[in-house]
Write a protein that binds this ligand. Structure first.
Ligand code: ZN
Length: 499
């Protein structure tokens, strides 16, 4: 990066905070993969200390002084982006007392294993005190961060700069209106097209097959690895040089691990593609969760559930699992992986009903944050919303309110970024196709070079240099828009279900 001496001094000062965040990320990763249960209390203290130190640097008077000295660099330059992002981080950090930050880190480190136990025991009651503590800290954080219209906006802005509850409500209304007739039609269909996906799937072969696809996408194993965790995630330590994925395997079903791997590979490709010049600076890493999710959903769904993709990979899947797929046609497999029906589990939901799972969580967390819903009443409220939006009731809390760890780890305001990602994934893919009409033909050969190159050039390499909306406008020529996504759903599911 070409920086003037004032911006360089600011970056050098903040690099220690970036290092502390990388160290905390390693501890998080370890906690969710290999750490024995006995490590929980000490790990919670270590994470609280690291986040407190990092917060201290970002919020320090020295950072304020260096920001003043850096002034307002030339628009469009790296220096201008560094100062803009560093200033936003500093302002956010000074609004939050360091005690609140450390307490949140400690509380969430204790609640994450409590959530794991509660889910295994189907015992929501054991998680209630943890969630009450975390919700209290989140509401306190919203007051410190400040907002214009609603406390939820303050929490949302941490993940998606510029997004608001009001604009999300209008996006969700668009999506509900645009898909309601299709959701009704597939609910009535009640067919058995997912049957080919059930069987016996050796875990080692699942792992090998998933890794082969990640390699074909362009994931660099020299700068990453894949481990097992109860909740699949992607995490990076200090830049594109170490970007890891996790997954979980179900020996009776192929799709959970397969599509989780494609999804996390999409996140990982983004992080591996950020300009290494941004390492240890405020511009490192993906710009927002919505943009991040646009990458994971693009590879998982727009690519990974397409006919072009499977025309190459299905014969290979049949070779890997001859007992399960020897007698299933490519067409039946395509219909199976795209079968749509209201279901209980968000991470396994089809593209058509997925966003309804997000609407439900969005409405519940807004109610929790504004205080119109209490934590002990959450399971009942959850079940009522499932009925309202999806027309079904969960079998139990493990397949209902306990299925996601987000609230236990303090991620209030996070869920809507999944739907933003869905919407943006198709907008970006359309723009890539326009620039490279050869992409579908490449996919039929199991090659993804043109697509990855377009994403690298227009999205990945920029890191946090441009704010989310500006990045989308620059990459696609227009602001974020639900129209391409609704068009895509109508075309795909219209064909699949003769609508
Ligand atoms: Zn994701």
């Amino acid at each position: 990066m070409n920086l003037d001496k004032h911006t360089r001094a600011l970056v050098d000062h903040l690099s220690a905070a970036a290092d502390l965040d990388s160290a905390a990320a390693v501890l998080h990763w370890d906690q969710q993969t290999y750490m024995p249960p006995g490590g929980v209390p000490a790990r919670a203290e270590a994470l609280a200390t690291l986040s407190g130190l990092s917060h201290g640097i970002t919020a320090s008077d020295e950072t304020a002084r260096l920001l003043d000295a850096a002034g307002d660099p030339e628009a469009g330059s790296d220096a201008e982006a560094v100062v803009r992002v560093a200033r936003r981080n500093h302002e956010r950090a000074t609004k939050l007392p360091s005690g609140l930050v450390a307490e949140t880190s400690r509380a969430t480190a204790l609640a994450e294993p409590a959530w794991r136990r509660a889910r295994a025991d189907r015992d929501f009651g054991s998680l209630v005190p943890h969630l009450q503590k975390i919700l209290g800290l989140q509401r306190e954080a919203a007051q410190h961060l400040g907002y214009e219209a609603h406390p939820y906006d303050a929490l949302l802005d941490r993940y998606e700069p510029g997004a608001t509850k009001a604009r999300l409500e209008s996006m969700f209304a668009d999506l509900k209106r645009g898909t309601a007739d299709m959701v009704r039609a597939v609910s009535a269909a009640r067919d058995e097209r997912t049957a080919p996906l059930r069987g016996a799937f050796d875990e080692a072969r699942q792992e090998t097959f998933g890794k082969a696809i990640a390699s074909a996408f362009g994931y660099d194993w020299g700068r990453g690895r894949q481990d097992r965790a109860p909740h699949p995630f992607c995490i990076n330590f200090g830049g594109p040089g170490d970007v890891r994925m996790t997954t979980r395997f179900d020996p009776d079903r192929l799709s959970p691990a397969l599509f989780a791997t494609l999804h996390e590979a999409g996140h990982a490709l983004y992080e591996q593609g950020v300009d290494p010049a941004y390492n240890r600076t405020p511009l490192a890493g993906g710009v927002s969760l919505g943009i991040h999710e646009s990458q994971s959903r693009l590879w998982e769904n727009v690519v990974g559930r397409s006919r072009s993709f499977w025309s190459h990979f299905y014969p290979r899947l049949q070779d890997a699992f001859p007992e399960a797929f020897g007698g299933t046609s490519a067409g039946d497999f395509y219909r199976a992986i795209n079968a749509a029906a209201p279901s209980e589990i968000r991470v396994e939901a089809d593209e058509l009903t997925y966003n309804l799972h997000v609407v439900l969580r969005f409405e519940l967390e807004v109610a929790l944050v504004e205080g119109s819903l209490d934590v002990p009443d959450l399971p009942d409220a959850w079940n009522a919303k499932m009925e309202e939006h999806l027309g079904i009731s969960p079998t139990d809390d493990a397949r209902g309110v306990l299925q996601d760890d987000h609230w236990a780890i303090g991620f209030f305001g996070y869920f809507p970024t999944y739907t933003l990602g869905n919407v943006l994934s198709v907008q970006l893919f359309e723009a890539a196709l326009e620039a490279h009409p050869e992409i579908p033909a490449e996919m039929q050969r199991g090659e993804f070079g043109a697509l990855l190159a377009w994403l690298r050039e227009n999205v990945h390499r920029h890191g946090k240099k441009h704010d989310p909306e500006a990045l989308i406008e620059q990459a696609t020529g227009r602001p974020p828009d639900t129209a391409p996504y609704l068009r895509y759903l109508r075309e795909k599911f219209g064909e699949l279900y003769d609508l």
